[in-house]
Design a protein around this ligand. Structure first.
Ligand code: RNT
Ligand code: ZN
Length: 423
């Protein structure tokens, strides 16, 4: 055993004593953390470009900024980059794929004609890696979405096209789940909205309800696939009105017993999703999280270990919701090394979960129940100085991934040997 290794174990033993004093079993916390899969979004690796090469802007109010070299341009490159990232993240995770990442062998396959076989490469890859997958229809970056309208387009033919895309994607999601033996969450997000104040807010919502009813008409085996819907408050070009608002989809998901997706960047800047988790789970079985970081707006910055991230993890853990909350990431930063962006965000999500798992929640709950608000605040603040870093380091060590910033060396080597050669 190396000296560094011994030091990490020693620090962990000391941490165990500190945490045991407040009733926390660290081994148990790490066991629970190892059981949590975070769904890594494929789109961080290539700036949401996908492989269709339609020459369309992403559109849909999404914006990727930055021109860091080394973007993945092919499925092989993207899978290689994902493998690098996954090798630096402790635990077993999932892949979240968009329909625009289909592999069609150089042939143009319309989005309403996509089939599970167009995702064979991804499914085989996930199978070989022993990871589950999640899926998303792509209602943007397409000529038929050029005006930012899809399922609520005034043109009936265009609406039908997107309805068929949604139906095709549900079948793909179900096939993915069946093949991988792990339920695939298929998440619908559409950009539809308007830049300026509309007269008719009601009509598009009625259209959307009707379109969704058609997309979700066919029952799907819940063991293989779950349907999720994702709301938004505003986007670039849909500042005044978004058809699929929170109230719209919350109602729709409750009525139809679906999964609701809460994206951390999709609300008013002072509104947080951590407080929504226990509210919506009172009425719904499951939620999907799109963990993101908005800076002043839904800017999709790399997730950092900040207050809201920790609050999200605390809500999931304190509420005992780990089997009802699916955790996915959703950000895209093209201004830094993209593999590093995955590693930073995912390791942060896991660190937040670990922070929540090593909290002496029963003790805090007792204080709260007894009206001891002083004790609750004092303990919460003292916990911030507990040797949490030693617990995380030990976890990384036992999972065979680099401890501390050492992973960056591996990303730099990968950049030198692989990314920098992509010209
Ligand atoms: C957009 C939504 C959506 C997308 C991805 C690419 O505002 O957050 O989830 O980011 O599907
Ligand atoms: Zn999202």
């Amino acid at each position: 055993m190396s000296n560094a290794h011994r030091q990490i174990e020693h620090a962990y033993r000391i941490a165990q004593e500190r945490y045991a004093a407040v009733g926390v079993d660290l081994d148990r916390a790490l066991e629970r953390l190892a059981g949590i899969a975070v769904s890594l979004h494929c789109w961080q690796g290539d700036d949401v470009a996908g492989f269709e090469n339609l020459g369309e802007a992403i559109g849909g109010g999404l914006a990727v900024t930055g021109n860091y070299p080394g973007r993945a341009r092919t499925p092989e490159e993207l899978r290689g980059d994902l493998e690098k990232a996954l090798s630096l993240i402790p635990g077993t995770h999932r892949l979240n794929l968009h329909a625009s990442y289909a592999e069609t062998g150089g042939h143009r396959v319309e989005r309403n004609a996509l089939r599970p076989e167009h995702f064979r490469g991804w499914i085989d890859w996930a199978k070989a890696k022993g990871i589950g997958m999640d899926f998303n229809p792509t209602f943007f970056a397409h000529p038929k979405a050029a005006d930012g309208l899809t399922l609520t387009h005034p043109d009936r033919g265009i609406r039908a096209f997107w309805i068929d895309h949604g139906i095709a994607c549900r079948e793909i999601g179900a096939a993915i789940g069946r093949e991988l033996g792990s339920a695939c969450i298929t998440n619908v997000w559409i950009p539809d909205g308007s830049k300026d104040t509309p007269i008719d807010r009601k009509g598009p919502r009625e259209l959307l309800a009707r379109a969704l009813d058609l997309v979700f008409a066919e029952p799907i085996d819940q063991r293989h696939s779950r349907d999720a819907v994702e709301c938004k408050l505003f986007g670039l070009g849909s500042e005044a009105y978004v058809v699929g608002s929170h109230e719209f989809y919350l109602g729709y998901a409750i009525k139809n017993e679906m999964v609701l997706c809460l994206d951390a960047g999709h609300f008013h800047p002072t509104e947080v999703i951590s407080d929504k988790i226990s509210s919506v789970l009172t009425w719904l079985d499951e939620v999907l999280l799109h963990v993101s970081r908005g800076v002043r707006w839904d800017s999709d910055h790399v997730v950092t270990l900040g207050e809201e991230l920790v609050a999200i993890a605390q809500e999931v853990v304190r509420g005992d919701y780990l089997d009802r909350v699916h955790i996915g990431l959703d950000y895209f930063d093209a201004s830094i090394n993209r593999v590093a962006a995955w590693v930073i965000g995912t390791r942060n999500m896991l660190r937040a979960l670990l922070l929540a798992l090593v909290e002496p929640t029963p003790l805090l709950r007792d204080q709260e129940a007894a009206g001891d608000r002083t004790g609750r605040l004092a303990l919460l603040e003292e916990l911030k100085g507990f040797p949490f870093g030693a617990v995380w380091d030990y976890y990384c060590l036992t999972k065979g991934v680099p401890v501390g910033p050492a992973w960056l060396e591996e990303v730099r080597a990968y950049e030198r040997d692989v990314l920098a050669r992509r010209v």
